[in-house]
Design a protein around this ligand. Sequence first.
Ligand code: SAH
Length: 235
Amino acid sequence: MSQLQRITVNPSQLQETQLLLTPQQQHYLLRVLRLRDGDKFIAMDGIGKWWLAQLTGEQGEILELLAVKTELPVSITLMMALPKGNGFDDVIRCCTELGVTCILPILSDRTLLNPSPQKLERWRRIAAEAAEQSERAFVPTILEPVAFSNAINEYKINHRYICEARGDYPHLNQIMNILSGEIIIATGPEGGWTDKEIEIAVTAGFQPVSLGNRILRAVTAPIVAISLIAATCEV
Ligand code: SAH
C-alpha cells in the first residue's frame, strides 16, 4: 500500500464513488507519474480520510475507505516565531513529518522577517507534500502569521508551553503528561524571546520549559519539542 502514489484532494471532488480530478491532478497522475487506466492510487482529503482509488479514463473511482494509523493521539499546535531566511520551510517539513497538527507563524519582538503572502502558499504546499511523503492522514494547517501578543492570548487550552533557552525552567520531558487532547508549544526566533514576551506568555497561562542545557538553533528547537511530545504520547 505504501508504494501507491498519494494525492491530496478536496472533499468536494468526491461525488459518491466518483473522484473528479482537477486538471493539475490529471496532469500529475497521467503525465508525471504515468499511471494508466485501472492503476490504483491513494486520495487523501487532508482532514483524516484516505481512500483507495483507481484511475478510470481521466477521472478517479473510489474503491474503498482506508484505515490510517499515522496520526498522533494528540493535537499539537506549534507557535513559532519566524526565523531568518528560508528556515521556516524546513521546520514545516520536519514538523509535518513528526505529526504536528497546526503551525502558527509568529511575529515576535525580535522577528526579522515580514513574510509575503506568497510565502503562506509555499508553506502550505510544503506541508501538503510532507504529509503525503509521511503517509499522514492530515495535512497540517498553516495559519497566517500573527503578532505574538494576539496569538498568546487567543488559545485557552490546558497544555500550553513556551520554550525558553535560558533560565531555570523544568524540562518539557519532565512536566508533560499528556496522552490525548490538545497541546500548544511556542518557540522563539534566533535572538530569543524578550523578557517581556515571556512575562506576557506566563500571565496568559503558558508554562516556560527547557529543552535541555544546550542552546538550540531557532529551527532545531521546534523539531526537538515535537519529537519529545510525540515520543511521550505515542507509547
Ligand atoms: N539567542 C538566544 C537563543 C535563541 S534560540 C540566546 O542566546 O538566548 C531560539 C529559540 O529556540 C528560543 O527562543 C527557544 O524558544 C528555543 N530554544 C533553544 N534552545 C532551547 C533550550 N535549550 N530550551 C528551551 N528552548 C530552547
